[in-house]
Design a protein around this ligand. Structure first.
Ligand SMILES: Nc1ncnc2c1ncn2[C@@H]1O[C@H](COP(=O)(O)OP(=O)(O)OP(=O)(O)O)[C@@H](O)[C@H]1O
Ligand SMILES: [Mg+2]
Length: 299
């Protein structure tokens, strides 16, 4: 089992560090060099999509889409209905196998891996709560969510006595579930059936479940759909807090104002292709984007 490559990311950082100041006599000077290198390091690209294509029978849902997502940013993926946004997410996260193209996560080719293997590497998307999970409580949903226990199966098989600590581990998981529910301020709903939650509360639960896999990059497909304005604000606040902590987000959303006000970068898809990408101010006045939206269904 391969692990996600913090070291590889570090390697990239090192190669790109300025090669000046080679004297390393004083430890203090070394520290400041490291700090300086960190400041001047080009941002890491955890997710890279190249020439992605997905066909369903005769329909080309995604047509040679290529883009990069920068670490620690909030990027919006927009486009008219049927532009291929959800299919792109599905191809990135292993739900669909792409017809062609490549998905790279932290520099490794993850194209065609299963969703759980991709999630284990730290790339997750939120899923709507399935009908059978509606009949379980919020906490049961949390406990059933796949957990980020990278390497667990390896050390379990190598060290059988570790099994004894399983209940300890379950305690830990329970504690993390509580922490996550508290973070999203839905801990008071722990015993509520998921089916009884409001649209917004469900979105919070979906995000809480996704975070249990210990992701570094999260793909959110219309996370604010059916969410009332006050919960939307809370959800956005959480996303900003997580982004400030270094998480990376790619968000599909039809509310243009929301995307423009919250994302550093916006990627526009149209008829399966990446039409353009850039900072929100540029996207807003891009003639091709205006045309694409006016030509299709206006949101
Ligand atoms: N499983 C599938 N089988 C056949 N066609 C599909 C499938 N999934 C998507 N499509 C088609 O692929 C195209 C892109 O769909 P997709 O759902 O990716 O668009 P979208 O940008 O997410 O749209 P929306 O904004 O409405 O959610 C559409 O023409 C859609 O009908
Ligand atoms: Mg969609």
């Amino acid at each position: 089992m391969s692990t996600v490559s913090d070291t590889e990311v570090d390697d990239v950082v090192d190669t790109n560090a300025p090669a000046e100041d080679v004297e390393i006599e004083e430890p203090e000077a070394q520290d400041s060099d490291v700090e300086r290198a960190a400041k001047h390091t080009p941002s890491a690209i955890p997710l890279r999509v190249e020439g992605l294509r997905k066909e369903f029978g005769g329909i080309v849902a995604v047509d040679e889409a290529s883009f990069e997502i920068t670490e620690g940013t909030l990027t919006g993926l927009i486009g008219p209905n049927g532009a291929g946004k959800s299919t792109t997410f599905n191809c990135i996260t292993g739900v669909h196998e792409p017809t062609a193209g490549q998905v790279q996560f932290n520099g490794e080719d993850i194209t065609g891996l299963s969703p759980d293997r991709i999630a284990n590497r730290g790339l997750v998307r939120t899923f709507q709560i399935a009908r059978e999970l509606e009949e379980m409580t919020v906490m049961e949903n949390m406990m059933l969510a796949p957990k980020g226990q990278r390497g667990e199966s390896l050390w379990r098989s190598v060290l059988p006595f570790v099994r004894r600590s399983v209940s300890e581990q379950e305690e830990e998981i329970l504690e993390r579930c509580w922490e996550m529910l508290e973070f999203f301020e839905i801990d008071h709903l722990a015993d509520e059936y998921a089916g009884n939650l409001s649209g917004g509360q469900r979105k919070l639960l979906e995000l809480a479940r996704a975070l249990l896999t210990e992701p570094t990059v999260l793909l959110l497909d219309e996370p604010f759909a059916g969410v009332n304005p006050s919960l939307e604000e809370r959800l956005l606040g959480h996303i900003h807090d997580l982004r400030d902590d270094g998480y990376t987000f790619l968000i599909v959303e039809h509310d243009m104002d929301l995307i423009m006000q919250n994302c550093e970068r916006v990627i526009v898809m149209h008829q399966g292709r990446v039409l353009t990408e850039g900072p929100p101010a540029e996207i807003k006045r891009n003639e091709d984007v205006i045309e694409a939206y006016l030509g299709g269904e206006v949101e």
